[in-house]
Design a protein around this ligand. Structure first.
Ligand code: F0G
Length: 351
């Protein structure tokens, strides 16, 4: 009876729903805010991880999707469509099942992690692999939703942002106030837009005394906002944020400017180093794109941009199981032993 009810019930008065809205939920949100000991030591700050991989389909997208599918249902939609680098499609597919809707997904051919493809498949989505990148998929999804009876559930749909802003509410509710700095990976830039909206709403209503500086990080090979121009052929091992023309570009710039923050880039090498640190030293397994926030924090600290003593939250956006190839790659193959305790003890270094 005390189970977390999902973001719509928990934050109903702050979301665009009415008493008669048919709520479609998997009880998303209520994710852990985990103190990060090693990152705190390295930066001299109080660093927390908002572990969004703990959502029902393993990413923050569920916060937006419960809203998007709920509103699509309310409006009588029978089918939804999204472009995705993987997580949005996994989430849309699951929530569409709950709503009894058809889900169509468009993904860049060969560029989505295996776990995410598995989710879309097992939830019964209609999947097309597009011979192009995410930006091409989004263009196609928009065209289809404009011309056919299918509702678009990408973050260009403003109710997605409404749902995702609840992560900022949870952080303030748990910490008692907004942090000094909030760090996020940036791809299509919907999430940084959503957090900024959430923090601003809580500050306007005096639930928080302030708003944090928003720090966003793109992957170097896919950093249009940092470059100030569209990246035609984006590349990065962090496939979730392999995006060359973010839909919420101008909102991300507004979040940066209004909060006194910045948007910078991190290399794939920096992303993978942070990915391994999170798993091996904090006990938190995330997918590579998620580690861009932590990689960015470490880069900023090395550049002397992080004054000690601050409260910092890094959102880690997706579960490591989504893209396990990077966990296995480069790791030594475990040795095989007979059923023999002496040998096993030797090999484990116990004897
Ligand atoms: N981290 C992960 C794990 C993601 O899946 C995404 C976006 C982001 C970060 C970036 O968030 O786009 O709001 O700036 N994934 C989208 C998708 C594009 O299709 O799943 P953003």
């Amino acid at each position: 009876t005390h189970q977390w009810r999902g973001i719509i019930e928990e934050y109903r008065d702050r979301l665009p729903v009415s008493d008669s809205t048919p709520v479609v939920t998997l009880r998303e949100g209520g994710t852990p805010l985990v103190p990060a000991q090693v990152l705190s030591e390295r930066t001299g700050c109080e660093v927390h991880l908002k572990v969004e991989g703990a959502n029902p389909t393993g990413s923050f997208k569920d916060r937006g999707m419960t809203m998007a599918i709920t509103r699509a249902k309310e409006e009588g939609a029978q089918a939804v469509i999204c472009a995705s680098t993987g997580n949005t499609s996994a989430s849309a597919a699951a929530y569409a099942v709950r709503a009894g809707m058809v889900c169509a997904v468009l993904v860049p051919q060969g560029k989505i992690a295996i776990g995410k493809m598995g989710q879309a498949l097992v939830h019964g989505a209609k999947i097309l692999q597009v011979d192009g990148n995410f930006d091409d998929c989004l263009t196609l999804a928009r065209a289809l939703s404009d011309n056919y009876p299918v509702a678009l559930v990408n973050s260009v749909n403003p109710v997605r942002i409404e749902g995702q802003k609840t992560a900022a509410f949870e952080i303030v509710d748990m910490l008692g106030d907004a942090p000094d700095i909030h760090v996020l990976p940036v791809g299509n830039a919907g999430n940084i837009t959503a957090y900024w909206k959430g923090y601003q709403e809580y500050a306007a209503d005096r639930i928080a005394s302030r708003t944090p500086r928003m720090w966003g990080f793109q992957a170097s090979g896919s950093a249009p906002i940092v470059r100030g121009e569209v990246v035609k052929d984006p590349s990065t091992i962090a496939t979730a944020i392999r995006i060359g023309n973010p839909a919420s570009w101008k909102f991300a710039l507004a979040a940066q400017e209004e909060s006194g923050g910045f948007i910078d880039e991190v290399t794939d090498r920096e992303i993978l180093r942070a990915y391994r640190l999170l798993a091996a030293q904090e006990g938190v397994f995330v997918e590579p794109a998620s580690a861009a926030s932590v990689a960015g924090l470490l880069k900023a600290a090395e550049q002397g941009k992080v004054d000690p003593g601050q409260k910092i939250v890094c959102t880690v956006t997706g579960n490591g199981l989504k893209d396990p190839d990077w966990a296995v790659a480069g790791a030594p193959q475990p040795v095989t032993v007979p059923v023999d305790a002496v040998t096993a003890a030797e090999r484990l270094g116990l004897a």
